[in-house]
Design a protein around this ligand. Sequence first.
Ligand code: ADP
Ligand code: MG
Length: 964
Amino acid sequence: MASRSSSNRSDRQPLSGRTKPTSASRRSVTPTSRAHSFQADEDPGRVRVAVRLRPKNDEDVLSDDDFSDCVELQPELKRLKLRKNNWSSESYRFDEVFTETASQKRVYEVVAKPVVESVLNGYNGTIMAYGQTGTGKTYTLGKLGKGDAAGRGIMLRALEDIIGNISTSSDTIEVSYFQLYKESIQDLLAPEKTNIPINEDPKTGEVSLPGATVVKIQDLDNFLQLLQVGEGNRHAANTKMNTESSRSHAILMVHIRRAVNEKVNFGINSQEKGSISDLFDGKDIPIVRKSKLLIVDLAGSERIDKSGSEGVLLEEAKFINLSLSSLGKCINALAENSPHIPTRDSKLTRLLRDSFGGTARTSLIITIGPSARHHAETASTIMFGQRAMRIVNTVKVKEEFDYESLCRKLENQVDNLTADIERQQKLRDDDKYELEKQLRECRENFAEANKILVTRSEQQQLEKATYQKVLADTTQMYEKKISELIKQIEDERAQSESVEEQLDLMKKLLSENQKSIQNHHMENSRHQKALAGTTQIYEKKIAELVKQLQDEHAHFEVAEEQLDLAKRLLSDHQKTIQGQKESDELELKFQEMYQLQENTLHELQLLKSENKDLLEEKATLNEKLDSVSQRLSEEEKQRKAIENELVKLKRAVPENDNDFEDKTSYAKEDINKQSSEFGNRSGSYRSNQLRGTLSRQRATIAKICEEVGLQKILQLLASEDSDVQIHGVKVVANLAAEDINQKRIVDEGGLDALLMLLRSSENTTILRVASGAIANLAMNEQNQGLIIDKGGAQLLAKTASKTDDPQTLRMVAGALANLCGNEKLLLLLKEDGGVKALLGMVRSGSSDVIAQVARGLANFAKCESRGIIQAGHRTGRSLLMDDGALAWLIANSNTASASTRRHIELALCHLAQNEDNSKDFISSGGVKVLFGISEESSREDIRNLAKKSLRLNSSLQAEMHMQW
Ligand code: ADP
Ligand code: MG
């Protein structure tokens, strides 16, 4: 009951309350024309008031016999005339005026149905009956109409309409039924619940009874039963309280909750709607209309004393009527637009707060009786109705978002989402666990790897450092070695320069040593001999002396025996006093013998001491001998060391001839040496310097030859002047060292000139250089035949026999050795005395000459064996055998020079391949030597060749098996 009145309500119109609520219900409720008039008002929010006149009852008929009715109804005018007295009356206009014959149905449709429709459309609604007790309030509202359906009151009909117009699936109807008596609310559906408190929503002002029973209505029968129960409980309660039902207010509270399908936009700002809409995935937000219908059967409006209640104290009566009088005051205040509406004065006014001056659509039916006896009460009731009619409510649809549904949906969503989150959380947890596990493993692996890395890195560092150190050391070592080697090379160069000197020195030293050793040996043997003689003499003497001593000793013993005998005889004589004379003689003799013995002992002593001296001397001599022997062995060792050194030095000095088969290298080099003999004689190795010098010399010679002409140079060889001859032959020799010149030299008679020199000259140099030149020409196979044909072999042999100059012999031997390499010429060479001359040259003792001899023999033997193997026809004993070559080879097979030994070994191997040489081999002990070569030769190819020769030659093999 807000402070609103019709006078100032024009500017405060309810949102939808001004329009007649359109029927949204499925069952059309068609009001009658009169009912329509009840609503066709300028102000739909105004409280509609209808008046109903009860028919006269028996009591009325009886008591009012003499009186006319106090009211006169003008239903068509919706007016009621209240008779004041017999001559005047007051007319009141109502929204509807029901005569005593008005049917329950019409009353419902006119008074209640508009309200019910409003309630179905979401407005709160109130239908209230006000009137004196017995005027038909309960009849109008609560009649059940058990026997007569037409008698059913508003409650049943309203619920019937509501039930018929809602969807039982989406909408709900809930009912509470209670009574208010003496400001106490009692639940009529659960009468034990009394004094139920009223709850007012401070925001919406909605009033509710949270303690009251709320029953959900499914159908009308259900509701009918409820009403019956409520009615029964109301009756029972009033009996118990010793009250009449007329003194209590009965209130049926119907809550309707309807889901709204159409889009509704009730003042929700777009932002709020959007945020809510988001929760519903953009669908419409569910809207619900929650309306409340109050059907209030008020207590009788008459004064208490008038009601005939007995035994009720005044204060109690006041209390009983508090709610009703409070309602009257509020209605008055509202009607008079009073600033203060005492809504809170009673529970009834609190409960009806929305019904009067609130948002509800309210219809009031005031019931009056016809009897004049109750004029005052009737007038009062009419005035109450008149005032109520002036009240204008601001009807307002009770529509709101369906927060419950929303909440449920949201809860569902939340549940689903929670479940999803939980699932995802579980997955995430699993993932997390897995990841953590992996992370852990990774960390462990990383740590492990890191550790390994660190260890490796340390190792590598260490290794690196070690390598670097080793590298540095190695580098240093190699650098040192290189420098040493360089130094060594330099030393060797220097050494090699003095090698020959050293060699000579060594040889001298060696021969001296050998001589000294020989002397020592001789001396030693002399000493030993002397010592032996002396020893023998002394031993003899000692033996003699010993013998003498023994003899003397025997004598002495004999003498002693004789002395004993003499003594015995003497004593005998003394005893017999005879033989004094004899005794003296014996005494004398004894003294003589004693003297002799003394002398002998002395002599023995002397001999002993002499013997001792001799022994000492012998020991000294032995010591001397030992020391001499030791010195000898040391010298022997030294000698061997020197020999070794010599061998080494010789090896270190490059060999003149690296291959026995190479006919060219030897002689060329020799001539080179020859031609440079006035320069560097130590050039036994191929130094670049020497080569350079030689090539320069040759270039000069070639130039001279070109300018002068070979013919003229050759003419020099025939000069009378030996110096000219020497220079000429040197030039020719140098030219002959070059292959390209050889043919020209021979063609232009150079060979003849050279042979002429060999034949005629006695000059050593000329012989040497000419031999060298021939040796060079003899390198060429074509020239070899020419040389033999021209008697070159004989001339070379002659030259060899008439000189002892080792250099000349070397050249001659070299030339012959070259000729030995031509298998076609072997026989001629032998017949011309070439082989014999070659072997004869070994007398020189020069190792260089011997080397050439060995090379020649090797070449010869090889040519022979080649002839045997290739041609197969040449048999017979080797041509070398006659001249003692085999014996020399065997004898010199152990020579110190490596190259010579190699040639000798090869010669032996090749000779051994010829079965016809076997006899000579066996007889001269060559098999053993050959076997030695096969085992010990420094060259593998020679070892293999020796093995092959032994294997192929069955006689040698047989001999070998026989020997081992
Ligand atoms: P109240 O509730 O106002 O005290 P009730 O409804 O109990 O009055 O009515 C008193 C008596 O009058 C009841 O017996 C009832 O049947 C009767 N009555 C009331 N109104 C009518 C009516 N319009 N038509 C017939 N009888 C009525
Ligand atoms: Mg009643």
